[in-house]
Design a binder for this molecule. Structure first.
Ligand code: ACO
Length: 266
């Protein structure tokens, strides 16, 4: 994407070797999300080169994201793409198709090509919480405030966040968090398995750096294949998973053998 396109999407992108950092860059609105931001994140993820092993998602200005741009729900605003009023003019299938497009960047964060990390400080509300949930790992400030606020607005979480939430904390805790729309602090997120690393906000960069180093220390192909195995495990029987492990290992053997063969020069 060009710098102008990124700016239009309220995003910044920094690619440093194997690490791509996508920054939600609309701090004046606490990184509230609009369809243009979702389209931008999808395009950035689709365009990343094969050298990228880790994608970091964070927010500018000391907060992750205040969620959906509430202006889109304003009945007085009909101009912006994705406004509630404009959406209501569509038939049911067209609304379903529109949300499918909005969900795309959230789903792409699960791509096995890379490991995705959300760095959460300040607030992660609604769509912000869901964006963090769609990442593989969450590094969270202990005083961060996460909230699945959709039910308080009469909505359901529809940006791919429900499945990873249930996977992380189980059905009962997920229901309690969503139905009450209460704040989950960063410290609690660590205790209930929502966050993998919890540190004081001032230590987030150090924690991120250590995590990235650990995640990029080992062969890319092995890590990618392992991510795919683990992602698909919950939907498989034990027999299906055993077969998937065997099949993945054959591919690993072949790749290792090719790398060590004399013809490969080393
Ligand atoms: N959409 C649009 N603008 C927003 C949003 C949002 N979701 N959140 C904050 N802003 C804007 C405010 O309107 C304000 O703009 P202004 O300076 O022009 O008045 C600016 O960002 C700063 O907001 P404050 O409320 O002053 O910031 P503060 O740091 O005190 O609070 C907080 C941050 C807690 C995130 C608060 O802004 C908030 O509660 N926002 C709404 C969160 C929300 O309900 N999101 C929708 C969830 S549901 C979903 O995502 C589907």
């Amino acid at each position: 994407m060009t710098p102008d396109q990124l700016a239009h999407a309220d995003l910044r992108l920094d690619v440093d070797g194997a690490v791509a950092t996508i920054t939600l860059d609309r701090p004046e609105a606490r990184n509230a999300q609009r369809p243009r931001m979702w389209a931008g994140i999808a395009q950035v993820l689709e365009e990343l080169g094969p050298e990228v092993r880790v994608v970091v998602l964070r927010g500018a200005g000391g907060t992750f994201s205040a969620g959906l741009d509430l202006g889109l729900l304003d009945p007085g605003r009909t101009d912006e793409e994705g406004s509630f009023v404009a959406t209501l003019a569509l038939d049911d299938q067209a609304i379903i198709d529109q949300i499918d497009v909005y969900q795309r960047p959230f789903a792409l964060l699960t791509d096995p090509r890379f490991i995705t990390i959300a760095v959460v400080e300040g607030h992660a509300i609604g769509a912000g919480f869901q964006l963090a949930l769609c990442c593989d790992l969450r590094i969270v400030a202990e005083d961060a405030r996460l909230c699945m606020k959709e039910s308080a607005l009469g909505l359901v979480p529809d940006l791919v966040g429900t499945k990873p939430l249930v996977a992380a904390v189980g059905y009962a805790r997920a229901l309690e968090i969503c139905a009450s729309a209460r704040i989950v602090t960063g410290a609690e997120a660590g205790e209930i398995g929502l966050a993998q690393v919890v540190v004081p906000a001032a230590d987030l960069d150090g924690a991120l750096s250590a995590t990235v180093d650990a995640l990029t220390a080992h062969p890319h192909g092995a890590v990618t294949a392992t991510k795919r195995l683990l992602q698909d495990a919950p939907a498989r029987t034990i027999e299906e998973q055993r077969l998937a492990e065997r099949t993945a290992q054959v591919a690993r053997f072949r790749e290792l053998a090719a790398a060590f063969s004399p013809a490969a020069g080393g």
